[in-house]
Design a protein around this ligand. Structure first.
Ligand code: NHW
Length: 473
């Protein structure tokens, strides 16, 4: 069986991907050449796009999915819960909630025709899915409209029948019909060709459970109670002014996030406040018609209150670290506000941080069936932008970086408290953004998983996703 599989795999080796506008994987003898960044295919218009979808194997039909329809959302949820991504040892499988799917698939500008299903003609059973949403991507100096492709899934019983390329071609056709010619996507597997690779890191928040389910190992020199002490987090957040983000914060968070992300080479551009509101606020839990709607995204800000603003004018340096925040509180002798000030003229958001909830099913375990995982999402801090007060540029940059490092450690530390109190077992993060400034210090450990980043129809010089543990981009 293995030999037959190896032969089929060899026959089809990159049969699909070698026909697509993506950089091909380098061979041992290919010379490194300078990349001219931009579209790979010649520019086309939607009128040149095929009007009909490609043929499916007989017995299957295309089906546009209305994710806002509760039943159809249920169907996608079931397909993914039973067939989506697993780890190599088949111990864990992603279990996206319905709320997560709604949140991820209805971002501003989404097109229902980019939510594509395949059903069994006779029974109507949903057996495959692929989706896209609209995003703006900036690669270095160039910004373009793009699709973000996700949730590609083929039922386990229909694997290795070349259905995935049919789905990918159909979502490509739908994007092209909407005049979108580029896409961004990620995968754990290596395809032609990643422009960057990040590694997953994990911060243990619940050692007994993680050891029990085999997610974490108990070092021979340790004990569970020692691990519990090692990974304990404070009961409450420590940064004064740290509070949940509210709608009134959206414009300031948007501005801060845009400024912060401008420092990176490849990013999603959150040009409109509407996007900021969607990605950081719409996934908050609530009661609706007597039913509990699960929370998907947690977003927090640090608000510099008028009291601290005036302190800062007196002694800017006392705001350099979270400890100094506290000393500011002690010096003024007044309690610092923790309730959101709704008036943007009197409050200033200095930092922002978020995570989302993506549980995994634990397969084959007697006691536990869900791993409650939080994934660090976007964050931003003004620590990197504060005036230098020195004419030596290198010294200023070093100072800004160290100030940012301190601030991010305090922020992630507080986010761990929020995650722990919300019942999460682990906080996951990748080696991107400025994460290498806090991963070790906050006791994240390297995992087995890597995430490869891809662009479709856009050649892009490689960037360092931090997987090799060198830099932070
Ligand atoms: S990555 C998660 C993908 N999903 C899973 O891993 C779920 C579990 N696995 C499955 O459901 C996040 C199946 O194994 C899948 C493959 C469906 C993965 N991306 O049908 P065949 C995303 O959703 C290629 C792309 O026989 P299968 C991002 C493979 O290299 N291609 O395989 C999605 C081979 O091609 P080759 C993948 O196991 C991005 C061909 O599929 C892939 O039954 C999509 C074999 O097909 C993957 N993750 O089904 C691209 N995994 O040339 C978007 C395998 O090597 C591109 N393959 O022979 C942009 C489109 C929009 C453009 C707009 C302008």
């Amino acid at each position: 069986v293995n030999l037959a599989f190896a032969l089929t795999a060899a026959i089809h080796a990159r049969d699909f991907w070698k026909t697509q506008p993506v950089p091909q994987l380098p061979t041992p003898d290919s010379a490194p050449n300078a990349v001219e960044e931009g579209p790979i295919d010649p520019v086309k218009t939607p009128s040149e796009v095929k009007q009909d979808p490609g043929a499916l194997p007989s017995g299957f039909v295309w089906s546009q999915i209305d994710i806002m329809n509760d039943e159809q959302c249920d169907e996608v949820h079931t397909l993914l819960s039973e067939n989506y991504v697993e780890d190599d040892e088949a111990m864990f499988r992603f279990r996206y909630s319905k709320e997560f799917l709604l949140w991820a698939l209805t971002a501003p500008g989404y097109l229902p025709q980019w939510h594509i299903g395949v059903r069994v003609a006779k029974t109507g059973k949903l057996v495959a899915f692929i989706s896209g949403i609209k995003v703006d991507i900036r690669v270095r100096a160039k910004t373009f409209e793009s699709a973000e492709i996700n949730f590609l899934c083929v039922h386990k019983k229909l694997r290795s029948k070349r259905l995935a390329p049919v789905l990918i071609k159909e979502v490509t056709r739908q994007c092209n019909l909407a005049n979108v010619w580029q896409a961004i996507y990620t995968a754990g597997v290596v395809l032609p060709t990643p422009f960057g690779t990040s590694r997953y890191f994990h911060r243990n928040l619940n050692p007994p459970k993680l050891v029990d389910i085999g997610f974490a190992h108990l070092p021979r020199t340790s004990t569970i109670s020692r691990m519990v002490r090692q990974y304990a987090v404070p009961q409450h957040p420590r940064i004064p002014g740290f509070r949940e983000m509210v709608k009134a914060d959206v414009p300031q968070v948007g501005e801060l996030l845009r400024k912060y992300l401008a420092r990176f080479e490849v990013v999603q551009v959150f040009a409109k406040d509407e996007e900021v509101e969607h990605w950081f606020l719409s996934g908050q839990g609530r009661e609706e018609g007597g039913k509990r709607v699960e929370q998907v995204v947690w977003a927090y800000v640090v608000e510099l209150s008028p009291i601290r603003k005036s302190c800062q004018r007196l002694r800017p340096s006392i705001f350099d670290s979270s400890l100094s925040y506290l000393s500011a509180q002690i010096e003024t002798g007044r309690p610092l506000t923790l309730v959101p000030a709704q008036d943007p003229t009197t409050h200033l958001i200095t930092d922002f941080i978020s995570f989302y909830s993506l549980p995994s099913s634990i397969m084959k375990h007697k006691k536990h069936d869900v791993l409650n995982a939080a994934y660090l999402f976007y964050y931003a801090s003004d620590a990197i932008f504060q005036p230098g007060g020195s004419s030596d540029e290198a010294a200023h940059e070093a100072k800004s970086k160290s100030r940012l490092g301190e601030r991010l450690n305090a922020l992630v530390g507080d986010m761990m408290v929020v995650a722990k109190n919300a019942g999460f077992d682990v906080l996951n993060a990748l080696t991107l953004l400025d994460n290498n400034m806090f991963l070790n210090e906050q006791k994240f450990g390297p995992g087995d998983g890597f995430l490869n980043y891809y662009l479709y129809n856009w050649s892009c010089a490689p960037i360092d996703g931090g997987a090799k543990g060198t830099t932070n981009r």
